[in-house]
Ligand binder design. Structure first.
Ligand SMILES: *Cc1c(COP(=O)(O)O)cnc(C)c1O
Length: 375
């Protein structure tokens, strides 16, 4: 089935008891037992599972082409679950440019638990090959990456990981299952911050891990959800289910607008550099063309000729772009990542990251033009 059809139908069937076409929310934390002690509907206690969460997990697994999914109360909870599934002494290769929270989890928690972590540029296969050790258990890939939209070759990295007995996970938050299918390219696991495009309305926190095979490693990820207690609320799962049918439309529109905006910025005299994998001059363009479909995503970063103060002032002059962190929502956002990440950030002071919303691209371009003119 096509993604558009799955986005509408996966995990959604009319409620058999009431005929409700819209999926109901199941807030109950506890479920009826039969006289023989069994659970006739398959649910016992909400931390273990809940019908709304179960429906969401089925839909997410279907969209990514996986066997099974686990939903979490945030993207970082999903990331933590994967690190928790490793053993002390395991070595993990993490992309040098990776979501800030992922880097902090790897540095602060994983190392504290005896997991060894190396950071490596995932767009440099020789560097990855050289960094793999006999104890390497996991490659953590993020493509396009936050915030410079670096592209890593998922198929090559998965092959490299498997040749050394390691697993390959891809943070697919920026691309979404609509534009990129890491499992089909050979990755073993996919992670999302569903707070972003999948939720799509800046009104919930969520995360998920989807696995190609329902294997022992996934069971350990599941244990962190069920036993560790990293379970999302039924209401948030329901909101995510409500967002899924429009995901293909939203992402494709945002992606088409992002390309136009990247082209506008690339020719602007006050812009030093644009980071967008859809531009032919982007170093990862060829790989992005090969592994993404129907667009290059709704995220665009650019560097102005100026200081941090100039970048912040530019963000403040915009009328349609809201100056706020996060991404993937219906409204366009602009974010100055270096000041969000704080003193440990390695990002240039003039770098701004755009999350393109569903406004008309001409209006967004006019807004950027007036703010850049005042620089
Ligand atoms: C936001 C984000 C995360 C973390 O997700 P939360 O829902 O904020 O915990 C992880 N990876 C990427 C790429 C993100 O953008």
């Amino acid at each position: 089935m096509h993604l558009e059809t799955l986005a509408v139908h996966a995990g959604r069937t009319p409620d058999p008891t009431t005929g409700s076409v819209t999926p109901p929310i199941h807030p109950s934390t506890t479920f009826l037992r039969a006289a023989d002690g069994s659970y006739p509907h398959g649910f016992s206690y909400a931390r273990e599972n809940n019908p709304t969460r179960h429906a969401l997990e089925q839909a997410l697994a279907a969209l990514e082409g996986g066997s099974v999914a686990a939903a979490f109360p945030s993207g970082n909870a999903a990331t933590s679950a994967v690190f928790q599934a490793l053993n002390p002494g395991d070595h993990v290769l993490v992309a040098a440019e990776v979501y800030h929270g992922t880097r902090l989890i790897a540095q602060r928690f994983a190392e504290q638990w005896g997991i060894r972590v190396s950071f490596v540029p995932m767009d440099n296969l020789e560097a990855v090959q050289a960094a793999i050790r006999p104890d390497t258990r996991l490659l953590w890939v993020e493509t396009p990456s936050n915030p410079r939209l670096t592209i890593a070759d998922i198929a090559e990295l998965a092959t490299l990981a498997h040749a050394h007995g390691a697993l390959c996970i891809c943070d697919n938050t920026f691309a979404t299952p609509i534009l990129q299918s890491p499992l089909a390219l050979g990755a073993d696991l996919v992670m999302h911050s569903t707070t972003k495009y999948i939720g799509g309305h800046s009104d919930l926190l969520g995360g998920c891990v989807i696995a190609r095979e329902h294997d022992a490693f996934f069971e350990r990820v599941r244990a962190y959800q069920v036993l560790g207690g990293a379970a999302p609320s039924a209401f948030d799962c329901w909101l995510l289910l409500r967002s899924l049918p429009t995901l293909p439309l939203r992402v494709r529109t945002q992606s088409a607008s992002a390309l136009q905006i990247a082209q506008f910025l690339a020719q602007h005299p006050r812009v030093r550099r644009v980071y967008y994998p859809g531009l032919p001059e982007h170093p990862g363009h060829t790989i992005a063309e090969k592994q993404m479909r129907g667009g290059f995503g709704g995220m665009v970063s650019f560097e102005i000729d100026g200081t941090e103060a100039d970048a912040l002032a530019l963000a403040g002059r915009l009328r349609l772009f809201t100056h706020a962190t996060s991404l993937g929502s219906v409204e366009s956002l602009i974010d100055h990542r270096a000041s969000v990440e704080g003193p440990s950030s390695t990002l240039p002071p003039g770098l701004l990251r755009l999350s393109i919303g569903l406004e008309h691209p001409d209006d967004l371009i006019a807004d950027l033009a007036q703010a850049l003119e005042a620089l």
